[in-house]
Ligand binder design. Structure first.
Ligand code: NDP
Ligand code: OXD
Length: 308
């Protein structure tokens, strides 16, 4: 019985070594190596290559190595009868909160504008705004959205959230389609932290952006397909939005010909808002493997019907 690590990047070896060092009794394989495929009971995956899950006839569960599991649920080779687990981790939450705070502060103080001015040797003492001037709305009040709300609230921002179901939280949380218009109206900054599901795909569209205050700032740190790219460009070009910060894209890496690269009011980071810290997360992967083997419920199971 063993774990196979399936990733599309160069971190497979590091994961395999870490899991082996923490649990020497568990064989851990890189999916690209040759090994007896029928031994594998858990696949530990991050944007695994197409078709790679079909090799394992005796899988008991799939462990996502990030918070989002959209890429697993979309995979026709992921047996819908077996459990899917995701990462819930304090660093994943606090890193996300720090990223969002950094981007909002850069927006408030015009840091991207000044960086671009420097490139043109332009002395531009533009006016700036204060924390008290902005209301922040967070779409998705789960593990990450709640952490973002906490840090922004402690920093002095007026924060509100939006979720699928009602919440008992320290900030006001609107819910469902009925709660959306009031939530949007009060979001000078809109932070998207929704999972990608059939319900949320394309939710950041022209009609939603029109519900925001004039000149709002959008931060999408969730998944690229939540956003209708052309609707964002149009909203920026008409001034409905003042700027957007994007960490996630329909296609990653973002293709070189994409309009976002050149747009002066689109700030881009390469899906680094919050990156799983293997040292912090390996123990939960091992616990989940042992739970599967011993027939106990694993941690951080996702609900396939909800899609997250
Ligand atoms: P959670 O599952 O903990 O939270 C999801 C939240 O979204 C919940 O509050 C849920 O509502 C809400 N939600 C889901 N569907 C809807 C809907 N149709 N309408 C309104 N609200 C909805 O997820 P996490 O906070 O852990 O992660 C969120 C996403 O962030 C991940 O799925 C991933 O895509 C992305 N991510 C991006 C990273 C990056 O580096 N850019 C890093 C890590 C994650 P309810 O509470 O009512 O169920
Ligand atoms: C995640 C991510 O889902 O890094 O964890 O995007």
């Amino acid at each position: 019985m063993a774990i196979a690590v399936l990733r599309n990047d160069d971190k497979t070896n590091a994961w395999r070594s870490l899991l082996r060092s923490k649990a020497p009794d568990i064989p851990v394989y890189d999916y690209k190596d040759s090994f007896p495929k029928e031994e594998i009971r858990m696949a530990a995956v991050w944007k695994h290559p197409a078709g790679s899950l079909s090799a394992f006839p005796n899988l008991l569960g799939i462990q996502g190595l990030g918070a989002g599991v959209d890429f697993i649920l979309e995979d026709p080779d992921a047996d819908p009868g077996i459990p899917v687990m995701r990462v819930v981790d304090p660093y994943l939450a606090s890193d996300m909160a720090e990223y969002v705070l950094a981007q909002i502060m850069a927006y408030l103080r015009g840091l991207y504008v000044h960086a671009s001015d420097k490139g043109q040797k332009k002395w531009n003492p533009a006016p700036y705004r204060r924390i008290e001037d902005l209301r922040v709305g967070i779409m998705g009040m789960g593990q990450l959205g709640t952490a973002v709300a906490g840090l922004l609230g402690r920093t002095g921002f007026r924060v509100q959230g939006w979720a699928r179901t009602p919440k008992n939280a320290s900030v006001e949380v609107y819910h469902g389609p009925k709660g959306l218009p009031d939530f949007l109206q009060q979001s000078d900054v809109l932070v998207c932290l929704l999972p990608l599901t059939p319900e949320t795909q394309g939710i950041l569209s022209a009609s939603l952006l029109e519900g925001l205050p004039q000149g709002a700032f959008l931060i999408n740190v969730a998944r690229g397909p939540l956003l209708v790219d052309q609707d964002l460009i149009d909203a920026l070009d008409t001034g409905r939005l003042s700027a957007a910060c994007l960490d996630v894209f329909h296609q990653e890496p973002l293709p070189r010909e994409h309009l976002f690269w050149e747009h002066p009011n689109v700030w881009i980071t390469p899906h680094v808002a919050s990156v799983t810290d293997p040292d912090s997360v390996a123990d939960q992967v091992i616990r989940n493997y042992r739970a599967l083997i011993e027939g106990r419920p694993p941690e951080n199971l996702i609900d396939r019907r909800k899609g997250y």
